[in-house]
Design a binder for this molecule. Structure first.
Ligand SMILES: Cc1cc2nc3c(=O)[nH]c(=O)nc-3n(C[C@H](O)[C@H](O)[C@H](O)COP(=O)(O)OP(=O)(O)OC[C@H]3O[C@@H](n4cnc5c(N)ncnc54)[C@H](O)[C@@H]3O)c2cc1C
Ligand SMILES: NC(=O)c1ccc[n+]([C@@H]2O[C@H](COP(=O)([O-])OP(=O)(O)OC[C@H]3O[C@@H](n4cnc5c(N)ncnc54)[C@H](O)[C@@H]3O)[C@@H](O)[C@H]2O)c1
Length: 462
């Protein structure tokens, strides 16, 4: 088998892998980037880009249906899933191609289309898409292989045509009744999207609340919004058995404290989390340690237990967000190319759930503050008190922020409201600058923007 020696090899062209491969190559290192499927990884191909593109179509349907609320009258609203899907495919293809073209033009960088697995601590075997194999060696190896949908152990699952977050975006018609298992990010974004396209939607959540990691008041406000949109939410409910019934019909037996019953669905979406793409990597051959779930273990410098081997993004256990994988890239760039000592320590992990309204979150939740015995005060403002939200008739949701009473700094926030991700980011900037909340309480912001609501949010503490 041919053997090629590189200075650095990156496995996976995700949100961190592509940029670090580019920077290493541009700094003169002979670099290989190995990708078994599409350049750009999950975010571009089956994650953020396609979902947010389809959410935009769903929002268009919602706004048109609500036109009469604004005194505007239209005819019947029809959703053409083939057109929705084509718009999604076009945007994904254009992002993917520009990423591919950029990568192919970089000097010192070989983009190898195949699947990598370790054959020793610093040696990889690549199986190319045409079946050929090649051995590669490098002193620096970076694992950025991401994760994939996890399939829960439900009896009968192998006999029904279930969907995951990738295959649901390829549907060419609107499901009649979509049953969604799980109530996290993927579940809520798709549940609302398909409700707006016209499906009947039922969410099954085994725990007592949707968004189990969030504060109970925020999760129940989100549940209220989704229920207003016509989505059925069944908490404390788990599917135990599924069975194909007539054509396009799936029987789902569920268990709750009320006992067992059978639901009839046309489509079943499994949105129960993800599992790391480490199964094909043969990490044992390199002695690289993983945790019990198979995620690669790293320290705060993103180093594995094998010197010179790093892991970034979702495959190291996340947090599973594009901007975190990208920040992992910044850490490796600083340490590998600029003699830095960057770490993950103390970094803020913001995120936004792109339901409508969005939930933007950063820093401590009230649940976490209580668990860690941290003293805090709460600022709270219903979106129905925000002029801008009322004027555009989007007054659903609530803003909540936690304050340190000593330093007056902001500890965290949950903004469930129109453009919640953007308002959360404004608060995040204040946290980055260690501003006291009073700077936002008394800051002069344009009227009537959403930003000016920060005056009222932080006044509510006093
Ligand atoms: C439906 C959905 C919506 C999402 N929406 C958002 C969002 O709005 N905002 C957000 O921040 N995050 C979102 N995420 C999460 C985000 O997509 C991921 O956190 C991010 O893409 C992780 O990037 P990564 O660098 O870890 O690797 P990935 O982007 O997962 O890339 C890994 C790459 O490695 C390749 N690979 C795997 N194994 C091998 C191998 N053995 N050899 C060669 N190549 C291999 C894969 O083909 C893949 O291309 C979403 C995820 C999903 C599923
Ligand atoms: N907007 C965003 O940033 C965005 C959007 C989508 C996905 N993501 C990322 O992708 C990751 C995966 O999303 P997700 O929604 O699949 O995972 P998640 O961890 O957010 O939610 C998983 C859900 O499945 C339930 N569940 C788990 N196992 C189950 C089982 N065996 N039976 C029944 N229910 C079960 C959990 O209670 C939970 O409600 C997220 O952690 C997030 O980081 C981010």
């Amino acid at each position: 088998m041919a053997n090629t020696t590189y200075d650095a090899i990156i496995i996976g062209s995700g949100q961190g892998g592509g940029p670090i491969a580019t920077d290493l190559a541009q700094a003169g290192h002979k670099t290989a980037l190995i990708e078994r499927e599409h350049v750009g990884g999950t975010c571009v191909n089956v994650g953020c880009t396609p979902t947010k593109t389809m959410i935009a179509s769903a929002r268009a349907a919602y706004v048109v249906k609500r036109a009469a609320d604004f005194g505007v009258y239209t005819g019947p609203v029809n959703v053409d899933m083939r057109r929705v899907r084509q718009r999604k495919r076009d945007i994904v293809t254009s992002y993917r191609q520009s990423s591919e073209q950029r990568t192919e033009q970089i000097q010192n960088l070989d983009l190898l289309r195949g699947e990598a697995s370790f054959s020793g601590p610093k040696t990889l075997t690549v199986r190319f898409t045409n079946g050929e194999t090649r051995q590669l060696t490098a002193n620096t190896i970076i694992i950025d292989t991401g994760d994939s949908p996890a399939i829960p152990p439900i009896d009968g699952l192998d006999t029904v045509p279930y969907l995951d977050s990738t295959s649901i975006m390829e549907l060419d018609s609107v499901p009649e009744h979509l049953v969604v298992v799980g109530a996290g990010y993927v579940a809520l974004e798709f549940a609302q999207m398909f409700r707006r396209f016209g499906s009947q939607v039922t969410i099954l959540q085994r725990g007592p609340q949707i968004l189990s990691k969030e504060d109970e008041d925020i999760a129940s406000e989100m549940a209220k919004i989704l229920q207003e949109d016509g989505i059925t939410i069944r908490t404390g409910t788990s599917p135990t058995h599924v069975q194909k019934a007539a054509e396009n019909t799936i029987h789902i037996t569920v268990k709750s404290e009320k006992g067992e019953e059978t639901l009839t669905a046309s489509h079943l979406l499994l949105a129960t989390g993800r599992r790391p793409n480490t199964r094909h990597l043969n990490l044992e051959a390199a002695g690289i340690k993983t945790d019990q779930k198979g995620y690669v273990q790293v320290n705060e410098r993103l180093e594995t237990n094998v010197t010179g081997v790093y892991a970034i993004g979702d495959v190291k256990g996340g947090p599973a967000f594009t901007h975190i994988s990208y920040d992992d890239y910044r850490i490796l760039r600083a340490n590998l190319l600029h003699h830095g000592s960057a770490t993950t320590r103390g970094r803020l992990v913001p995120y936004t759930i792109f339901t409508d309204p969005q939930l933007g979150r950063v820093g401590l939740s009230e649940k976490e503050a209580k668990a860690q015995n941290i003293t805090y005060r709460v600022a709270r403002l219903p979106m129905s008190s925000v002029s801008r939200a009322l004027e555009v008739d989007e007054p659903r949701g609530v803003m909540k922020a936690l304050i340190d009473p000593e330093s007056k700094q902001i500890l965290g926030c949950a903004i469930l409201g129109i453009d919640g991700g953007e308002i959360m980011s404004m608060i995040e900037i204040a946290m980055m600058g260690k501003l006291p909340y009073t700077a936002l309480k008394d800051g002069v912001f344009t009227h009537p923007t959403l930003a000016e609501s920060l005056n009222s949010l932080f006044t509510s503490i006093e």
